[in-house]
Design a protein around this ligand. Structure first.
Ligand SMILES: [Zn+2]
Length: 341
């Protein structure tokens, strides 16, 4: 996961203060929370397959077991081959993108974008994406800051959920075009303290490349859903600012579905600041309305305590969170099918 804009952090902190001040001066008022509503079938037209959280968890662990998936490393190559093999197992058509790109530190890296295409012949398509590379440094840690992180949540979780969705799609064979895009070089961005000048575009290099050079010329999808940091214990997914700017209807569709499935404690209605993540470029360059499901504290505007530290390991991964996200996205996909009689 990349970063949250400083202005957004400030505004979230300000709003947080405002809320604290407000709550100190006012009597509590009654509020109707969508989260509190009982499970409803209203947002569901078709029953989706049961997302298997244990399988998703295993997929997360298998990636972490390779070690940090830093571009150029052996673990990175092995993990890329692992993702390709899984997609092949699920009969997806596979396209890779391997140009050489230059990162903020002047180093050259061979990009390894992986796209698994399901039912390429169908016009109606949904794009699902997650980054699979992990950060080359632990710049938010207090020790071993120059060493790479394991990225159990920041990298492996989104991929694990997508692979389990791909497995379920292969089993169920719905009539819907789906593209599974595993982006590389998302997390090799310039650290905040590296220079005073903000280098937003140093992040998300794989998604930027793809958005300008899609795997199919003139590629279009109805919308895109990005998963980033979707596996931590006690995760919270506020409605993310960049997603709300570009694709408010998709945010609404996904959050309503999650809440109808009973996951309102995770998919909250709070709004967070704008993040710079892969979906920004898919929106901005490829013009595909895309949203980001990303763990963030809506009050502090910060990611988890483990973000870009060595604490981002399997200890923080919770299958319950993987299940909530995976089942929600599967349901959103199956809601795109004509209602079953
Ligand atoms: Zn990250």
């Amino acid at each position: 996961m990349a970063r949250i804009g400083q202005w957004a952090i400030n505004s979230v902190i300000f709003l947080g203060l405002l809320l604290v001040v407000t709550s100190c001066n006012n009597q509590p008022t009654e509020s109707v929370s969508v989260d509190a509503q009982p499970k409803s079938k209203k947002a569901m037209f078709n029953s989706a397959p049961d997302f298997n959280a244990d399988t998703a968890y295993l997929f997360v662990k298998q990636q972490v077991d390779f070690g940090p998936r830093v571009p150029g490393s052996k673990a990175h190559q092995q993990c890329g081959e692992f993702i390709e093999k899984k997609l092949r197992d699920y009969s997806m058509e596979i396209i890779t993108q391997r140009p050489t790109l230059t990162t903020y530190d002047g180093k050259q890296h061979r990009l390894y974008n992986i796209i698994g295409v399901y039912k390429p012949e169908l016009q109606k398509r949904i794009l699902l994406f997650a980054h699979w590379d992990t950060r080359h440094i632990a710049d938010r840690d207090t020790k071993d800051k120059d060493k790479p992180i394991l990225g159990a949540d920041d990298g492996a979780s989104g991929v694990g959920v997508l692979l389990e969705i791909a497995r379920q799609i292969h089993l169920a064979q719905p009539e819907l075009g789906i593209d599974f895009f595993f982006t590389d070089l998302e997390d090799y961005g310039q650290p905040d303290d590296y220079s005073s000048q903000r280098q937003e575009n140093s992040w998300c290099l794989g998604a930027q490349y793809w958005a300008a050079n899609p795997h199919v010329p003139g590629y279009k999808a109805n919308y895109g859903i990005l998963l980033d940091m979707v596996g931590a214990k006690n995760a919270v997914f506020p409605r993310e600012g960049t997603s709300l700017y570009y694709a408010p209807d998709i945010v609404d569709k996904v959050w309503r579905t999650a809440q109808a499935l009973g996951y309102g404690a995770l998919f909250v209605n709070d709004r967070s600041g704008n993040t710079t993540d892969d979906h920004l470029y898919v929106n901005r360059i490829a013009n595909i309305p895309s949203i980001d499901i990303v763990h963030m504290n809506p009050m502090s505007g910060s990611y988890g305590f483990y973000h870009h530290t060595h604490n981002d390991n399997m200890d923080i991964i919770d299958p319950t969170t993987l299940k909530a996200v995976g089942q929600t996205v599967l349901q959103v996909l199956f809601n795109e099918l004509p209602p079953a009689n």
